[in-house]
Design a protein around this ligand. Structure first.
Ligand SMILES: [Zn+2]
Length: 197
């Protein structure tokens, strides 16, 4: 199926592709002299509501302006997309972003920028959790970490003490055993458990 403008174009010896190219150039701010250089690709600052016209009834005619026809209308490129998927493809695409004065290249982030963003996100996360702040302004997680460290140190200390105690006990046992043996030898015993005298 051909649109009315494409039929009209063929009369002048211009193909549909030529027309599309010419229109793209006409919309391009670089070719209009509005900008000198394309900017890097930027994120959208608005939310897309794909369901904005859901459930609405509309009369559609062939000769109506594009923005009143069925589908998703792009006011930048003056074109209509028939479904949400192709609309998203379009507004994320090369020609649409060119018309907005951008290249498809994304600006390279520096280490500082990445660090800053990470810090911002961290701050945001911390702000959300009010429970993490005790009344006196101490961060609960820091407090918990400190307590855990203290507990670990105490455990280590008790383990050391136990070990020392065990060693001492063993030494004492060995000494008493030796002493017993000496004593028994003196008294003429061969050892416990014997019936000889
Ligand atoms: Zn567009």
């Amino acid at each position: 199926m051909q649109g009315p403008e494409e039929k009209e174009a063929e009369k002048d010896g211009e193909t549909a592709l030529d027309i599309r190219k010419r229109k793209r150039l006409e919309r391009d701010p670089l070719h209009q002299g509005l900008i000198v250089q394309r900017s890097h690709l930027k994120g959208r600052e608005y939310q897309i509501d794909l369901a904005a016209r859901l459930g609405k009834t509309q009369v559609v005619g062939v000769n109506m302006p594009l923005n009143q026809q069925a589908g998703y209308y792009c006011s930048v490129c003056d074109c209509i997309l028939r479904d949400s998927q192709s609309y998203l493809d379009h507004i994320n695409g090369k020609w649409h972003n060119r018309a907005l004065g951008m290249t498809m290249r994304v600006e390279k982030s520096t280490v500082d920028q990445v660090r800053k963003r990470l810090e911002e996100n961290k701050k945001k996360k911390e702000e959300k959790n009010d429970d993490d702040y005790l009344p006196d302004g101490i961060d609960r997680r820091i407090l918990e970490a400190e307590q855990a460290e203290e507990r670990a140190q105490e455990e280590k200390r008790t383990r050391k003490l136990e070990k020392k105690q065990k060693e001492r006990q063993q030494r004492e046992e060995e000494e008493t055993e030796g002493a017993d043996a000496d004593m028994m030898a003196v008294m003429g015993f061969g050892g416990f458990g014997t019936t000889k005298k």
